[in-house]
Design a protein around this ligand. Sequence first.
Ligand SMILES: [Zn+2]
Length: 205
Amino acid sequence: MNFTKPLVMGLLTLALLCSTLAEPLKIDRTRARNLTTWKPQITKYSERHYGESTWQLMPTCIVLHYTVSKGFPWNLVRTDSFKNETPGLAVHYVIDGEKVWEILPPDVRSRGAYGINHRAINIEMVAMDADDLATKKETLDTCRKLVKHLMAVYAIDKSHIYGHEDVATMDRKVVPEVLDFVRGAPYHKIDPGKQNMKTILDGIE
Ligand SMILES: [Zn+2]
């Protein structure tokens, strides 16, 4: 019996595993939302907007944004409501340069993109607008790394990485997951910009 083949296969698997772990993303959880208050509020939100009474997220897609701010968007951590409805706004991750903050764990629903919070992981990149973000190579690179990591963990296909702009069409031909029982109409969003989406997606197989 030849033991070489299983040994080689084993070493190849190990090498592959090491290469994916070679650049671990450091995730800062010091600015996280309080889940004790978040979970019951997002459960109610989810019931109203998606007909699903749960805080639990089984993500099928990732939505990318920019913050329209120069610094960290504290409103995503500190607000209690938005448009007279609880909870406040919050995404899963905020990226600034090499820095990644986790506001909510990826298995908890966020309130980051109207019409898709029941299926999406939301990621914000700190930038004023599309042109500003385009100059922030480090932020775009970090975002790509995080997206690749989440795609692997949740078996999400590249075709399910969306810009907020796509989601805002509320068109199921553009984004199959979109849904809202309160108001299903399109709304206006332009983030994070087509060129920035391309920059991020071009580095992903
Ligand atoms: Zn957005």
